[in-house]
Design a protein around this ligand. Structure first.
Ligand code: PRP
Ligand code: URA
Length: 209
């Protein structure tokens, strides 16, 4: 799994454990998703290029490092991906935000597209695609297909929990897109939910069940 990074940071693991608990309220769930996304952003952006910039401190002139270009786009997969946007955008406030609306058909488990609005200049940007769950991989694969049609500079996929089946399908479809996740779980159940997982991420974020 050379394209997959799994975060073992204790803060991320602790927050994820609370997230999995069925007794965690929607309010706490939303806050935790945002916090974990913020922490994951630190490592997900490790390879962003820097450039030298001349500044003057109160003491002397010096050369410091700035992010080169700062051309990023955050793209959540609706609905649940919305919960990760705030955490990432707080770390990268200059990033543009696109939206891709997909839901899994309850019978076929295939993703159905209902919305796609991406930044006009996405061809000049590095994209961070965000969605808490990578289950069968169908939604992530389709979202990347939509983004690739606009020729972005690069794409990386950030999720909270992945299933082995989803990682395999996604990596096969998009071997060029690195996956960053907070946990790799055991399997999918007969309804294609991640086991042990955290349940339905969208419903838990928005309190719709
Ligand atoms: C969830 C999740 C992913 C998708 C993952 O969304 O947020 O987008 O399922 O499953 P997959 O890897 O098998 O495609 P869902 O379809 O429940 O929509 P929602 O976020 O609007 O509730
Ligand atoms: N979508 C979810 O929200 N949870 C899962 O476990 C699988 C897909």
């Amino acid at each position: 799994m050379k394209n997959v990074t799994i975060f073992d940071h204790p803060l991320i693991q602790h927050k994820l454990s609370i997230l999995r608990d069925k007794n965690t309220s929607s309010k706490d769930f939303r806050e935790l998703v945002s916090e974990i996304a913020m922490l994951m952003c630190y490592e997900t952006t490790r390879d962003l290029p820097l450039e030298d910039v001349e500044i003057e401190t109160p003491i002397c002139k010096t050369t410091v490092k700035h992010l080169a270009g700062k051309k990023l786009a955050i793209v959540p997969i609706l609905r649940a991906g919305l919960g990760m946007v705030d955490g990432v955008s707080r770390m990268i406030p200059s990033a543009r935000i696109g939206h891709i609306g997909l839901y899994r058909d309850e019978k076929t488990m295939q993703p159905v597209e209902y919305f796609c609005k991406l930044p006009k200049d996405i061809d000049k940007r590095d994209v961070i695609l965000v969605d808490p769950m990578l289950a069968t991989g169908g939604s992530g694969i389709d979202a990347v297909n939509l983004i690739k049609q606009r020729n972005p500079r690069s794409i990386r996929f950030m999720c909270l929990i992945a299933a082995p089946e989803g990682i395999a399908a996604f990596s096969k479809a998009h071997p060029d897109v690195p996956i960053f996740c907070a946990a790799l779980d055991e399997k999918l159940n007969e309804n294609c939910y991640i086991v042990p997982g955290l349940g339905d991420a969208g419903d838990r974020i928005f309190g719709t069940k």
